[in-house]
Design a protein around this ligand. Structure first.
Ligand code: NAD
Length: 568
């Protein structure tokens, strides 16, 4: 990727305040979001342009980064910039309702859609891994995933234990990276106890510094004893164990210390650049990867197979096991020829699908001013708008108290398509966005707010090992849906729209799309927000109704959303 850009060193994160260097707030938003993704407080390895999730990058090279910034500064209010795998490639006259930036990352033609071909192209400088929010400039640090993890674990507690939290329960997991680092906090926010294995001590320290994790040890006996003591007292607690997750889970089995829940968020989706093999320090493994990538892959896959075996054995011993979206089951099934790798479920069919049927997913927003007071104003607004949503209020209160901002202040909560008893029939997302736009217009919020969402959302992703695992009509691998979602986002006037391959599960395993809308207080923003936050969650309802989910059909009927071949 070259040497880090001088501009990036000068920025050290997103520019803040109300003065802009671009020709309009939409372009300025893109410039700030790109720099926010690469803020050293936000990104995992910003000097390599890596934001999170293995090698998820924000730009292809430092030259491409410099060039994107130059283009954004010149971009007019009726122009659209094209970014192909992290490199700016064209600029066209369009119109003010069109997106200002269109992004496509890591996409390959089906027959060539695998890591080998991707790595060949990457070595030639022709492509970049965009992960999900890395290459679409929508990453907001670990806080982005905290709420999703919190919700998933709360749902797990209700489904598996018939209670509203995890008090007295022990969750064992692995990976304390950009996303995985949210796990201990999400467990303790649910009043449970977390044991998290991580090979890289610096990552453990980073989570402790930011209050996502409470303690660390090299000694599994110590971790087990402290976890048990806190669980018996019903006290929330989290401890990072410095070691390989496969070794740690096997260690729990050897000690007959069966956790209540077992999962994983190591970067197993990428066996070369994401997952660490057992028996090596991080430095030794990094050197092996450089020297002998084939041997690295073989070592990593051997460890991953043991890792999955340990999860299956813990499940057999009574733990609730689920895969948390890193494709560890798919990797072991494909590379180790194991038919039982999928004998534990993925988190979407287990806990999330019904939310997707209602068009609900992780909806998030950032304050371009950089002023936390602007996010606190939005917190108040979301609570005023949805007084009946107890869980949302609890989340906002907990987030204010426990979730440190990284980079631009941001917030996330799950909102959907439902319009409830709103007199104007606005979706939850549209109601929220229009209210915020009014607050910006009235000067109660000091600069525009950008509203965006994860690629992991109701209608925006085809991912047979994750978001679309075990669809009831068998349509798991149909990738028309995210394409339609992105096309509709453009038609509705989102300000940035992106389509990626790979994401959290690796090249060839998923297609997914994302959008941003800049709420600058203008009528233009209101029109865009009204349309995008109706059509975008609406595609989630339509996608699940098409697959025959009753909950989605009921949502469509309740909202008057036409489903052509059902309605005629
Ligand atoms: P990351 O690359 O920032 O962090 C991964 C961490 O795992 C690193 O700290 C690494 O040192 C550690 N690690 C790797 N192999 C290990 C091993 N064998 N034992 C112990 N530690 C090991 O990635 P991330 O952003 O935290 O994402 C983690 C995984 O979760 C990825 O596969 C990602 O695609 C997936 N993911 C899932 C969701 C979801 O919705 N559930 C969301 C985002 C990411």
């Amino acid at each position: 990727v070259g040497e880090p850009s001088a501009q990036w060193r000068d920025y050290q994160g997103a520019p803040t305040g109300t003065d802009i260097e671009c020709r309009g707030w939409r372009q300025e938003a893109a410039l700030r979001l790109l720099n926010n993704n690469l803020d050293p407080e936000v990104a995992e390895k910003p000097e390599e342009l890596v934001v999170y999730g293995g090698t998820g990058r924000a730009a292809r090279s430092w030259d491409a980064y410099d060039s994107i910034l130059a283009e954004l500064r010149e971009l007019g209010d009726t122009e659209t910039l094209l970014v192909q795998s992290g490199k700016p490639v064209g600029r066209f006259e369009t119109h003010e309702h069109a997106p200002r930036v269109l992004i496509a990352n890591s996409n390959l033609v089906g027959k060539w859609d695998d890591w080998d071909h991707f790595h060949e192209l990457e070595a030639k400088g022709l492509i970049m891994y965009g992960q999900m929010t890395a290459g679409s400039w929508a990453y907001i640090g670990t806080q982005g995933i905290v709420q999703g993890t919190f919700e998933t674990l709360a749902k797990l507690a209700r489904t598996e234990f018939g209670r509203s939290d995890l008090q007295g329960k022990i969750v064992a997991t692995g990976g304390l990276g950009g996303m995985g680092g949210a796990q201990p906090l999400a467990v303790t926010m649910n009043r449970g106890v977390c044991i998290a294995a991580e090979v890289d001590e610096a990552r453990i320290d980073r989570r402790i510094e930011t209050d996502y994790l409470e303690a660390k040890t090299d000694d599994l006996d110590e971790a087990v004893e402290r976890a048990r003591t806190h669980a018996e007292r019903g006290e929330p607690f989290s401890i990072g164990v410095h070691g390989n997750a496969a070794d740690v889970l096997e260690g729990l089995l050897e000690r007959d210390a069966i956790p209540d829940v077992v999962t994983d968020q190591t970067s197993a989706h990428d066996e070369l650049e994401g997952y660490y093999p057992a028996g090596f320090t991080v430095a030794e493994a990094d050197a092996l990867r450089e020297r002998d990538p084939d041997r690295y892959r073989a070592e990593a896959m051997a460890t991953m197979e043991r890792h999955v075996d340990a999860i299956l054995d813990l499940q057999a011993a009574g733990a609730v096991a689920f895969e948390y979206g890193n494709n560890i089951r798919g990797q072991v099934e494909d590379h180790c020829d194991r038919e039982d790798a999928f004998d534990f479920p993925g988190f979407v069919p287990a806990y999330i699908r019904l939310l997707f049927c209602a068009g609900k997913g992780p909806f998030r927003w950032l304050a371009l001013s950089g002023d936390p007071a602007d996010i606190h104003r939005t917190d108040a607004a979301v609570k005023e708008l949805f007084p009946e949503k107890d869980a949302l209020h609890r989340w906002i209160d907990l987030a204010q108290e426990r979730v440190a901002f990284q980079g631009l202040p941001a917030r996330v909560c799950w909102l959907g398509f439902d319009s409830g008893d709103d007199p104007d029939g606005l979706t939850e997302r549209a109601r929220f966005a229009l209210r915020i736009n009014d607050l910006v217009g009235a000067g109660e919020i000091s600069a525009p707010i950008v509203v965006t969402r994860d690629h992991l959302d109701a209608g925006s992703v085809a991912s047979p090992n994750r978001e679309t695992e075990a669809m009831q009509d068998g349509s798991d691998a149909v990738a028309d849906w995210p394409i339609l979602n992105a096309l509709l986002d453009c038609a509705a006037g989102a300000d940035i729209v992106s389509v990626h391959d790979g994401g959290g599960v690796g090249i060839g395993n998923a297609l997914h799309a994302n959008n941003h809308v800049v709420l600058d207080g203008t009528d233009l923003a209101a029109e865009k927000a009204h349309r995008v936050f109706t059509t975008d969650p609406g595609t989630g309802v339509v996608r699940h109704a098409d697959a025959g989910y009753e909950a989605a059909i009921e949502q469509a009927t309740a909202s008057g959303l036409p489903i052509p071949m059902r309605d005629r």
